[in-house]
Design a protein around this ligand. Structure first.
Ligand code: NDP
Length: 503
């Protein structure tokens, strides 16, 4: 056994009594001078930091990203620059709508956030287990999330709020169908795919740009709970996914994902049927085949959940040379909102926290702020330019100017062709991707979820949402109408259209 350690206060003072407070006589009252009691109570009162508004319940682990295929013709990012190259990563999985203590098997998308500790700085890819999302404009995000949280009056989750919002925002249909399929209740974080979801750009050594989407295909195989199994597991082990991840890694059964990309040229983007930067759409893999990149492996559990997983902070703003943004409106909104959330939750120096800290050189003139614990630049100059240090803005990292093509301007026309087709891809998903069992379960999951709609607007909300299902596919609409006991003739839309104004 190792040598005994002395018990100390937070300031390091050894002391001998950690159970009974100093009192006036054996029966009290207590003496104010026992500051150790105050220290213990005061620190305990401050143990909680603000919960993430979304993605509050999560699990994380460290791992490696290894390159297996050369994609340097698309990107000069150093993380991709050699077959066999390994980069350390930290990954956090999460559910989205629930609080920090909510069950892991809730029907919800799953967060799939990665931090790659690259030599050009930390690259954060902050995606989900779905390639798409419910909305495509960040202005709607707060409203949407309110509908996934608690009703302000009942303080309960409200299917009425959810379906009201979804039915009023038909761009959500594609993701609603993913959510209502059995992939909405994955068995564990190890058994689901991951997606960067947004369109990003790759920049190569010749400053050429390609649009890119990232895919992570689970090597463990897709495995889902049925709705009944997920509900049962909520009671048996609400931390099922957390336990599954930690146990597998502890046992040396390291989860792996094949990392792939889809590439679209800037020319192809001009004639793509849909807006290539619309987060509610996928790029068909038949037209834009998956290209192998590497393997992601998680092989090291965090030693302390709060220090590493809870304090981990990811930001889509954090790209590195060779990887850049796209005009995806949701991405543009998240570039702003994620670092803002971290400054609120963890403070101005959140990037100093070890799990978030770039292990390579950090040279800048940002100083001070709460919880600055890294030496704060020492006695070096705290302004730029100056005559004393040798920190330079390296022209090697200069980016090519971004061309704003007429196509980009067109995106401001919200009714331009390809902008408001909310139904074609959900229809393809229903007809061509889902198996007979997947379809049966999706219909039953939708019916179960829609049963919770109540109140004076019940019929209006149900009919509006049914119209969307019908517009995606008549067979889907009929199946859901029958499952929820609505007369099919009444529910069938009189006109098939993609025009949002008639919805
Ligand atoms: P493909 O037939 O080339 O690809 C279908 C994709 O769907 C595969 O990635 C497959 O991945 C995935 N898939 C299979 N079963 C399910 C399921 N139950 N839930 C969710 N995804 C599933 O077709 P396209 O690329 O042309 O896409 C057709 C439709 O597939 C799209 O409209 C979209 O709804 C859906 N989809 C498309 C993706 C894309 O990035 N193109 C990604 C995921 C879904 P796997 O079998 O490995 O799970």
């Amino acid at each position: 056994m190792s040598e005994n350690k002395k018990l100390t206060t937070a300031s390091g003072m050894p002391y001998f009594e950690n159970e009974d407070t100093l009192s006036a006589g054996p029966r009290g009252p207590l003496l104010l001078q026992d500051f150790i009691l105050h220290e213990k109570m005061a620190h305990f009162n401050r143990e909680r930091i603000p919960e993430r508004v979304v993605h509050a319940k999560g699990s994380g682990a460290y791992g490696t990203f290894t390159i297996t295929n050369d994609i340097s013709s698309y990107t000069r990012a150093k993380v991709f620059n050699k077959v066999g190259k390994r980069t350390k990563v930290f990954q956090r999985f999460s559910t989205v709508g629930g609080e920090k203590g909510s069950a892991d098997t809730e029907r919800d998308p799953r967060g799939f956030a990665l931090k790659f500790y690259t030599e050009d700085g930390n690259w954060d890819l902050v995606g989900n287990n779905t390639p798409i999302f419910f909305i495509k404009d960040p202005k709607k995000f707060g409203d949407f999330i309110h509908t996934q949280k608690r009703d302000p009056y009942t303080n309960c989750k409200s299917p009425t709020m959810m379906w009201d919002f979804w039915s009023l925002n038909p761009e959500s249909l594609h993701q609603v169908m993913f959510l209502m399929s059995d992939r909405g209740t994955p068995f564990s974080y190890r058994h689901m795919h991951g997606f960067g979801s947004h369109t990003f750009s790759f920049i190569n050594a010749d400053n050429q740009k390609h649009w890119v989407k990232f895919h992570f295909k689970t090597q463990q195989g897709i495995k889902n709970f049925t709705n009944d199994e997920a509900v049962k597991m909520k009671g048996e082990d609400p931390d099922h996914a957390q336990r599954d991840l930690v146990t597998a890694i502890d046992a040396g059964d390291f989860p792996r994902w094949d990392v792939k990309v889809q590439i679209m040229t800037t020319e192809q983007a001009k004639t793509f049927r849909w807006n290539p930067f619309d987060l509610t759409k996928t790029w068909s893999q038949k037209d834009f085949p998956l290209i192998d990149v590497g393997v992601l492996e998680l092989n090291e559990n965090a030693q302390n959940f709060f220090a590493e997983v809870e304090q981990s902070a990811f930001a889509p703003a954090h790209v590195v040379d060779g990887i850049s943004y796209s005009p995806d409106k949701m991405l543009q909104g998240r570039i702003l909102s994620y670092p803002d959330a971290h400054r609120h939750r963890l403070g101005a120096n959140f990037e100093q926290i070890p799990v978030n800290r770039c292990p390579y050189a950090i040279n800048n003139f940002q100083r001070d702020g709460q919880m600055r614990v890294d030496g704060n630049g020492g006695k070096a100059p705290n302004y730029f330019p100056n005559s004393f240090d040798n920190i330079v803005a390296d022209p090697e990292y200069k980016q090519a100017p971004v061309e704003l093509e007429t196509l980009v301007a067109d995106f401001y026309d919200r009714n331009a062709e390809g902008e408001n087709d909310h139904y074609t891809q959900p229809g393809i998903f229903w007809r061509e991707v889902l198996s007979a069992t997947d379809k049966r379960n999706l219909v039953s999951n939708v019916a179960g979820a829609m049963k919770g709609i109540d109140g004076p607007k019940k019929a209006e909300i149900i009919n509006r949402q049914l119209c969307h299902f019908f517009r995606a596919d008549v067979g889907l609409g009929v199946a859901i109408a029958q499952a929820i006991g609505v007369n099919v003739e009444d529910a069938m839309p009189k006109q098939h259209s993609t025009d949002k104004s008639i919805v």
